[in-house]
Design a protein around this ligand. Structure first.
Ligand SMILES: C[S@@+](CC[C@H](N)C(=O)[O-])C[C@H]1O[C@@H](n2cnc3c(N)ncnc32)[C@H](O)[C@@H]1O
Length: 368
């Protein structure tokens, strides 16, 4: 029972569990417990059939290897996830602002990111009537959390990828969210929307734009006076750490088959191989997130110095730097008189403690 519950709800995130589940799936037969077959089918769909191994089968067992072509009587949960939800998504239409033909858009049309499921944690803010923009909203998790937290606020959630938006719109519909306008378009075309925002959030997006500075300027152009922009971008260190994995990934096409074969090669490396570290990352365990991690069409990392230059290029000032507790206390220790937004001081700390800042730099920017 616990196994079935885990298959339906949990995310795969480690190598041992992957091997055990691969073996379990290979041991299933058409006569296995239907509840277990159904849960395995849901699990495999959620993880985009990342487990190694092919098999011809029918019915519930087949759903563990590929999505079902038609509903299976009595398998309500499986039918919902593998058949009805994709059908509903295909019929949803966002507002169209622009549809540029770029490699980054192509990637996220093929692999909406991230696929998510399960409960969301809203933080009730009933008096929040602000106008918010989620720029590069992907599959909508952040926008839906904001919408549920502040039902009186007006949210625009924009992304290049129509398929990501369709996933988001279906999740929003399921949760009764009505205060989000879903827009397909490029951040660079935001002015054409004719709207301005009190708060803008842009997580994991600017580092995928050809010119992050131009992207941030486009966000600044639609910011209300006194408003703020929260930005997260990759640290340069995280880009460097992924180098060995990316080097191996170059030998594979960024297709589901290519990504599956790449993962198996990584598993075969000795634990001392520098690319082996990938298996410790949660993103390694779904096809789309693995693609995002090491097969990306376009990305760059940021040091604090580069973040300062980014803010300057958009005519914005940095108002807040998010730092994990260790980084914050080291900063205070080394610079007791600092206000906390001096990029040259953070850059100094980053040079001596390059691993302190993890995967993302997060900052809040405001008008000068
Ligand atoms: C790594 S995902 C991040 C998604 C989401 N913000 C999150 O944190 O889960 C990057 C998203 O940015 C979108 N994106 C990239 N460049 C964009 C642009 N110029 N305009 C709008 N969206 C863009 C992609 O389509 C993709 O959905």
């Amino acid at each position: 029972m616990n196994l079935i519950k885990a298959l339906l709800n949990e995310r795969l995130s480690n190598e041992t569990a992957e091997f055990q589940l691969t073996e379990l799936r290979a041991s299933l037969t058409p006569n296995s417990d239907p509840a277990l077959l159904e849960a395995m089918g849901v699990f495999c769909f959620h993880h985009e059939y990342v487990l190694a191994g092919e098999r011809e089968a029918d019915g519930l067992l087949d759903s563990c290897y590929r999505p079902i072509p038609s509903p299976i009587p009595g398998a309500d949960r499986l039918n919902h996830v593998q058949y009805y939800e994709p059908q509903i998504e295909a019929g949803l239409v966002p507002v169209i602002l622009s549809t540029p033909d770029t490699p980054v858009r192509a990637q996220y049309e093929e692999n909406p990111y991230p696929r998510w499921w399960g409960d969301l944690q809203a933080i009730p803010s009933p008096n929040d009537k602000s106008k918010k923009l989620i720029a590069g909203c992907g599959t909508g998790r952040q926008a839906i959390i904001q919408a549920l937290s502040a039902p009186e606020s007006g949210i625009v959630a924009l992304d290049l990828s129509r398929r990501s938006l369709q996933f988001a719109m279906r999740e929003a519909q399921d949760r009764g969210v009505t205060n989000v306008q879903w827009v397909q378009g490029d951040i660079l075309d935001l002015c054409d929307l004719g709207q301005r925002f009190d708060q803008i959030q842009c997580a994991g997006v600017l580092h995928h734009m050809p010119s992050p500075g131009t992207g941030l300027t486009a966000l600044a152009d639609v910011l209300e006076d006194g408003g703020s922009i929260k930005v997260s971008v990759y640290t340069q260190r995280s880009i460097d750490d992924l180098g060995p994995g990316r080097e191996i990934a170059r030998n594979y096409p960024p297709t589901p088959e290519g990504i599956r074969a790449f993962r198996q090669e990584i598993f075969r490396f000795p634990t001392t191989h520098p690319a082996r570290d990938l298996t410790t990352r949660a993103e390694f365990y779904t096809v789309s997130e693995c693609r995002d991690l090491v097969f990306h069409a376009q990305e760059q990392g940021f040091t604090f110095q580069k973040l300062g230059e980014l803010a300057d290029s958009a005519g914005l000032q940095i108002e807040w730097v998010y730092a994990v507790a260790d980084a914050a206390s080291l900063f205070r220790e080394r610079f007791p008189e600092a206000t906390g937004v001096e990029m040259e001081k953070w850059a100094d700390l980053e040079t001596t403690h390059p691993h302190l800042f993890g995967r993302m730099h997060q900052i809040v920017l405001g008008c000068r």
